[in-house]
Design a protein around this ligand. Structure first.
Ligand code: ZN
Length: 101
């Protein structure tokens, strides 16, 4: 996907988010929230463009979504650091976990 295409996709995503938000939230909340999301996304695009100029790019959307290869998202237990898949840590049973990309 080329540069303009990606930007259009992001604009589409932020528009979709703002539409969804305006269903649930009153206008005076959803509007600044939409602006914040839009600014965040454009900041993200710019930062990635910088990274692309620095290196060979590669990754793109696949790099963002695909993460660490096949088999879905794995998690790292916050209490003991054990890496696992699924709902709770098999070592200590804690459900405090973060996604590991
Ligand atoms: Zn654990």
């Amino acid at each position: 996907m080329n540069w303009m295409g990606q930007q259009l996709v992001w604009i589409g995503i932020s528009l979709a988010i703002s539409l969804a938000l305006s269903f649930f939230l009153p206008f005076y909340i959803s509007l600044p929230l939409t602006i914040a999301i839009f600014l965040g996304i454009s900041f993200y695009i710019r930062r990635r463009a910088m990274a692309r100029m620095g290196g060979t790019g590669g990754g793109g959307f696949g790099g963002m979504l695909g993460g660490g290869g096949s088999g879905g998202i794995s998690y790292v237990c916050i209490s003991c650091g054990h890496k696992f898949k699924g709902g709770a840590c098999p070592r200590c049973g804690s459900k405090m976990r973060r996604a590991d990309f």
